[in-house]
Ligand binder design. Structure first.
Ligand code: SF4
Length: 349
């Protein structure tokens, strides 16, 4: 089996290729050439002898995703990509434009960590697909490389909010985070990488212990365990009470405020009592709340009309007293918005 480039950090690469004469400096050059230009360095460039380069070439392979489909929204510039990796399963990534600063236009890439998802959140089209497989680290990294290659502005951030639950593919996701943030490679700052989880408690504790620089968002959606269980079956395995304990540990260990995501479902989790329950659940824990309107093409769930949204915000201000942000979920017209990714499969209604 060849050594897969894009699937190792520079240190790991050096350890594997040391017998071929690759020093730490050459490993960093190799990593830079592969991640930034998609090819091994030119012969004899930067201290690589032809002999070493030939040995590296014989021992390694550069895997590349197949781009199956690319669609750009004419309304908001979001772009959706469908990829195939090392298998027949399809998965998606979304290019999110951050163009509000004309002197610093940039993109964030929303990547998938799995093909499909096992967690079955009822408001999510990916969840209705079921689980297909975990992606390898290189399949995550190459989503960013491929999107960067065709982008008019740099990619400055990565969010794990595409298909899949990143903490159920922990090792590959954390390896991908390390590769994406290496200064010799794509150099995406750790704090510009966000993992979004439905709350896999043991993996959350591991994440806390490992102190990675990346940000964490926890998809809560309800502070009432019975209601949460009806929306997110993961509640049965990892109950809200345990999740909150793990989040208090995370805050104690890192000092970071915990970001909670709230998919707004009209008539379901938008009442004053939902705001009060959230305030009660998180008492003493510094949180920040991201509000995201649901995108459900089946029509089963609807986003709140303006009056319901403003009443909920008022209740949150009165009871929670934490920062609240309304997150724009773009690309609805091209099925790229949060909760809509199915890699072209028609979701079951
Ligand atoms: Fe999986 Fe996230 Fe969809 Fe839930 S919302 S089913 S965790 S992809």
């Amino acid at each position: 089996m060849p050594i897969l480039l894009k699937n190792l950090t520079a240190d790991q690469l050096q350890a594997r290729l040391a017998p071929a004469g690759v020093t730490p400096r050459l490993a960093r050059l190799l990593q830079a050439a592969v991640l930034r230009r998609g090819a091994l360095p030119a012969a004899a460039a930067n201290g690589f002898s032809t002999r070493v380069l030939n040995r590296v070439r014989a021992l390694t392979a550069i895997p590349v995703l197949t781009l199956v489909e690319q669609v750009v929204s004419p309304t908001d510039g979001f772009a959706r990509y469908v990829f195939r990796g090392d298998g027949p399963e399809l998965f998606e990534a979304v290019r999110i434009p951050l163009l509000h600063r004309p002197d610093d236009p940039k993109f964030v890439v929303c990547v998938s960590s799995q093909a499909g998802c096992a967690l079955g959140c009822v408001f999510c089209a990916t969840g209705r697909m079921g689980f297909q497989r975990n992606l390898a680290a290189w399949e995550i990294v190459d989503q960013v490389i491929r999107i960067q290659a065709g982008a008019p502005h740099p990619v400055r951030g990565v969010v794990f909010m595409g298909m899949g639950e990143p903490l159920l593919n922990y090792d590959a996701v954390m390896l991908a985070v390390r590769i994406l943030s290496e200064p010799c490679g794509l150099a995406i700052a750790g704090k510009a990488i966000t993992l979004s989880t439905a709350g896999i408690v043991p993996a959350l504790r591991r994440f806390t212990a490992e102190r990675l620089a990346c940000r964490l968002v926890v998809s809560l959606n309800s502070a009432d365990p019975r209601q949460r269980r009806a929306l997110m079956p993961v509640e049965a395995a990892h109950p809200t009470a345990e999740l909150l304990t793990a989040l208090r540990e995370y805050h104690a260990a890192t000092g970071r405020r915990v970001t909670l995501a709230w998919t707004m479902l009209s008539g379901i989790n938008m009442r004053a009592q939902d705001a009060r329950a959230l305030a009660e659940l998180t008492r003493g824990l510094p949180v920040k709340l991201d509000l995201i309107a649901v995108n459900d093409p089946t029509g089963r769930f609807r986003p709140p009309p303006p009056g319901e949204l403003s009443a909920f915000r008022d209740a949150l201000r009165a009871h929670l007293g934490a920062p609240i942000a309304r997150r724009y979920s773009g690309g609805q017209d091209i099925q790229a918005a949060c909760g809509m990714l199915t890699a072209g499969r028609r979701p079951a209604v």
